[in-house]
Design a protein around this ligand. Sequence first.
Ligand SMILES: *[C@@H]1O[C@H](CO)[C@@H](O)[C@H](O)[C@H]1NC(C)=O
Length: 433
Amino acid sequence: MIGVRRESGLMKKDGGDGFKSLRGSRIAAAIFVGLLVGCVFAFFYPDGFFVIHHQVATSDSEVVTSSCETSERINILKSEFVSASEKNAELKRQIRGLTEKLRLAEQGKDNAQKEVLVLGEQQKAGPFGTVKASRTNPTVIPDESANPRLAKILEKVAVNRELIVTLANSNVKDALEVWYTNIKKVGISNYLVFALDKEIATLCEANDVPFYRKLETDTSFDSVAKTGGNHAVSGLKFRILREFLQLGYSVLLSDVDIVYLQNPFDYLYRDSDVESMTDGHDNMTAYGFNDVFDEPAMGWARYAHTMRIWVYNSGFFYIRPTLPSIELLDRVANRLARENAWDQAVFNEELFFPSHPGYEGLHASRRTMDYYMFMNSKTLFKTVRKDSNLRKLKPVIIHVNYHPDKLERMKGVVDYYVNGKKDALDSFPDGSE
Ligand SMILES: *[C@@H]1O[C@H](CO)[C@@H](O)[C@H](O)[C@H]1NC(C)=O
């Protein structure tokens, strides 16, 4: 409950930032109108209190300044001019942002066209069956100051402002090697290892793997990377991700126990804040279903209908740089810092629980990835490997999330899908033993 309260506080803060620009432009408009009215008044009463000079401040600015006899009035006008100029610059920056989005939309590389519609005017609803709300929120304006060193690396590594990111320390070295070997084999260049210790940085350097070495002096993330337990490191992941989003990049967050068989960027929809692989294993569990709860004592009303969906996998998801996405990361990181909770559970609760008394839910749009293309190891070992048709499918990735013998199963997956060894998956039990 305490965690929940703190989160609503956090949310309000972020929401406030979101509104600032809107409020700013209103203030700018008000100042502009105020100045204009003052000038008109002064024009018709030139012998009154004021002596007026009209001037257009600069060639690219439409702000009109006035001056008058009393120095106090001059000072007020001066400060109004400065403030109006600032607002003007802010408006221009917003227009530049919109122009950039339009450009992206024309290239068909973003759903930016929809974003502009969201920001546009009020609309009539339109005829029955033709109405479609947007699930594609506008991206934030990139803020390089969030991490200038990382910004430089991302300029080189990212393609179309998106990339795969994994966090690794030396505990997962072996899996990491399988991870980047297969990424390279598939021909993906836009990926980055966030190296949490020196050994991983050295490994990446030696193998020509793009990496970012976390420094002790690095901004917000503390020393948990080295000393922290599992939960602390999980919390760190969401803090680190935030910086990528602040810099304006979409991130495909990836655990290391994942084998890449195709380029995932060819299979993303990019229409939602969060597009995630599922822990589900069939249409119902992956995409949601009506689970009827039976309470015979209620007689006529014995059946209560419930909504169920297997959780999103917080080890493989694509997240766009939008306010709801960043709010999600903040809320999850904030809760993980205070509660001894499983990051995946928290991630899902924040994504799915609606607002209710005493709680403000997150309004992020979500998409579940195809569970055969972005396949978890339960689906593979329980179903797919035993079905002659499904065996022929070529998934995009396999995530060995359901099994503790990760390295062996990852190698089995590579042997089966990459090296064509038909029996490479046969020796493994369905679950762990
Ligand atoms: C699962 O859903 C897909 C479409 O999402 C459909 O093509 C397929 O037939 C469904 N499978 C089953 C077993 O219902």
